[in-house]
Design a protein around this ligand. Sequence first.
Ligand code: NAD
Length: 485
Amino acid sequence: MPHEIKNYVAGRFVASTSRFDDINPVDGSLAGIVHEADKSTVDLAVQAAREALRGPWGSLSAAERGAMLNQIADGIEARFDEFVAAEIADTGKPLAQARTLDIPRGTANFRFFANLVSTSGTECFEMGTPDGSGALNYSVRKPLGVVGVISPWNLPFLLLTWKLAPAMAAGNTIIAKPSEETPATAALLAEVMHEVGIPPGVFNLVNGFGPGSAGEFVTTHPDVDAITFTGESATGSAIMRAAAGNVKALSFELGGKNAAIIFEDANLDQAVDGTVRSVFSNCGQVCLCSERVYVHQRIFDEFVARLKDRAEALRMGWPDDEQTEIGPLVSTAHRDKVLSYYELAREEGATVVTGGGIPEFGDARDQGAWVQPTILTGLEESARCVREEIFGPVCHIAPFTTEEQAVAMANDSAYGLAGAVWTTNLSRAHRVARQIEAGIVWVNTWYLRDLRTPFGGVKLSGIGREGGVHSLNFYSEPTNICIKL
Ligand code: NAD
């Protein structure tokens, strides 16, 4: 019997007559049956969230909420292997990654924000007044209210909890809608919330799609106060329009077309290692992945040859094989999109250095959503494959001659999420890093970040910043109280 994934509303697991399949992209097998939330289920969830905001959750202190978030983290750790298995069944990602990154980071998000909310203060200003007695201004953080959390499929648990934990820490109540491709770890989290006694209505889970389904019902609901969304830029635009009706607060982490710049003075071993990771991690399905690689012309041929060798050596395999380095894409629909870009690249005149197709296994994986790691060269900067986000294990490598040219090429994008700079010249590192139009720039590394730092994108890549106190600020309404002394 396939596993059934229900909605969680007002502290109860709720079935639905409308159901859809949750498919394992490794081999196309059925991972679960998902109950789709209809409009009345979303309405009930919002009503329960509103009541919990006024009632039990709203009356807890920040330290008490923090203690409950730590209990959620304990509950996830107690069922760690189930979370790992569920994430793998939905995404096909390697066991080693789910075990060391996705689930531990998702758990750490609860502990991090539990600690932060218990230790963060607010502002206080003393001011003079004409009568000489003065006044005291201090601010208090109040919850935003009922928050809709809409998350994508690439790092399902990590990205859902990155929003949930600070939103709950700040005292909000939640309507969460995970991606229809990857609902399993969110459903397990609902069970943990239930087990540890999170009051009914604080965390509600509704499953479904975007337009005409749970996603739209949440974003258009007049009693939802804020939407925090991670996903494609085009979906962000649609949500912005939907949320305009009652002027909801919005936090958006959107798409990217990130550049990596490899200068001629880079440590080439480190630059190749780092670029293998930044292009192919999670089968290229990380919003921070590099899809545009700019390499100084003097080292261009050597860099391309070395990246080719490394791409061809990546081991594609079953998730539970400890040797596996790269899994499938999330779905056959997404595979078809990535393959259409491989085809478009050829039409646009690219040289396919390696990859460009589907691997053949001769077993059940041939029914899965696999594509080959792919390296392209020779495209104009105006080519669609250089301008549009592909979100697969693919990059285009182009040469440059001067630092100014490299910066200009990196910034010539509608997106601005992340950048990577590889150089051993300290002055150049500082000079170039601050010129890159992106929310985060790495120098001689990639995907390394302190959770207290601001995270987000510019241009089409998002609105607002998450991380540390930046998250608490978004999920709170600061209110100034001015007292005449
Ligand atoms: P997506 O936009 O297709 O879907 C994301 C979520 O939005 C899903 O839960 C989906 O059901 C929902 N949705 C879709 N249409 C909707 C609508 N009209 N109204 C309400 N909800 C709707 O994104 P995806 O394909 O799941 O994820 C991949 C994208 O996410 C890539 O563009 C990637 O760059 C981006 N991403 C960004 C970050 C970041 O931090 N900036 C992180 C991860 C992924």
